[in-house]
Write a protein that binds this ligand. Structure first.
Ligand SMILES: [Zn+2]
Length: 339
């Protein structure tokens, strides 16, 4: 009887021991395996427009095993394969959640805007020029801030008189120039130049250029965008600078009263944007400046380097000739073929 009791006790003890060993052992091995899994980066610093691949190490994961997410999709987005794209200056956290275990792995992302003065535009990658007409105005400074946070520049075709112009906003003209953006000519009073006499064209175009030069420095050439894109040989001759038209008409002036203005502008941009293109917008409309906050991250996500007209042509090695009109620049493929 005693023996049986001892046997039973020892059996229970062995069982208890093996259970107590087996459990923590099993648990520990799972934990150990989980511990080994980690993101290839815990912290990354990117510049707007950069792409970086994150991946989980030490695990055999298929694409669908992981759920990627961002804490702020305005700052950086992440694809379902773990590609992170930096959109605007700021900070966010990218998370990779393993669906099977529910465990989450984090990477802190810091996005910086590039120093515009040191930015190098790569001619072999997509480029698009952003242009704003009819300013300067009350929204222009805010727009410059937006451009800065996205590390982008633009060309501003400005009028001396239209919307008060630089009679009132002379400081804003300097601000545009100092922000590394391009100051350009849109005539003094915004007339249709093809309906003007030669002397009127001269006054409207060259008079406006003189006033711009007084504000941002003499001896420079100001690109001309004729109002309504209307020009003829007389205009070309008298202006004697490159005439810049556009290839992407955002129709922002038309949509400005619509409640879904940004959405309508985006639809135009998405349909027309191409490498080497020139986008037309108007900084006198508040709604247009607001839409830029959606247009820019989309362009950057598509891989575009967003800059002024002169920067785009210079990067692609295309000389802007006086008295010639341009609606777009050459593409990266054409640039490579010309090399
Ligand atoms: Zn205009």
């Amino acid at each position: 009887m005693k023996k049986q009791i001892i046997k039973a006790i020892s059996l229970i003890a062995v069982l208890a021991l093996s259970i107590s060993f087996a459990l923590p052992l099993g648990d520990m091995s799972v934990k150990a395996a989980e511990k080994k899994v980690k993101l290839n980066k815990k912290k990354i610093t990117l510049t707007t427009g950069d792409w970086k691949k994150l991946k989980l190490k030490n695990g055999d994961f298929a694409i669908d095993d992981i759920e990627w997410s961002t804490s702020d999709k305005a700052v950086a987005k992440v694809s379902r394969k773990g590609w992170v794209v930096a959109l605007v200056k700021g900070e966010c956290t990218i998370k990779a959640k393993v669906k099977a275990t529910g465990k989450t792995y984090k990477c802190k992302v810091t996005v910086n805007a590039p120093d515009i003065s040191k930015r190098v535009i790569d001619p072999e990658k997509p480029i698009i020029a952003l242009t704003f007409d009819d300013g300067p105005g009350p929204n222009t400074s805010g727009l410059l801030e937006t451009l800065k946070t996205y590390g982008a520049t633009a060309t501003f075709f400005m009028c001396y008189s239209n919307g008060s112009g630089f009679r009132v906003y002379s400081d804003v003209v300097r601000e545009v120039y100092n922000a590394g953006c391009e100051v350009a000519n849109h005539t003094q009073n915004h007339p249709q130049l093809t309906k003007c006499s030669a002397s009127k064209i001269d006054d409207e175009v060259n008079g406006n250029a003189d006033k711009l030069a007084e504000l941002v420095g003499k001896g420079q050439r100001f690109l001309l965008r004729p109002p309504y894109g209307a020009f003829n040989d007389t205009v070309k001759q008298i202006a004697n600078v490159p005439l810049i038209i556009w290839s992407v008409d955002s129709l922002d002036w038309k949509y400005k009263t619509q409640s879904n203005c940004t959405e309508l502008i985006m639809k135009e941009v998405k349909a027309q944007a191409k490498d080497g293109g020139i986008i037309l917008m108007h900084d006198i409309h508040k709604t247009s400046c607001e839409a830029v906050k959606t247009v820019l991250p989309w362009l950057i996500q598509q891989g575009y380097q967003v800059c002024s007209v002169s920067e785009m042509f210079e990067a692609r090695g295309v000389e802007l000739e006086n008295g010639v009109s341009y609606t777009k620049c050459i593409t990266a493929a054409e640039y490579k073929a010309n090399k």
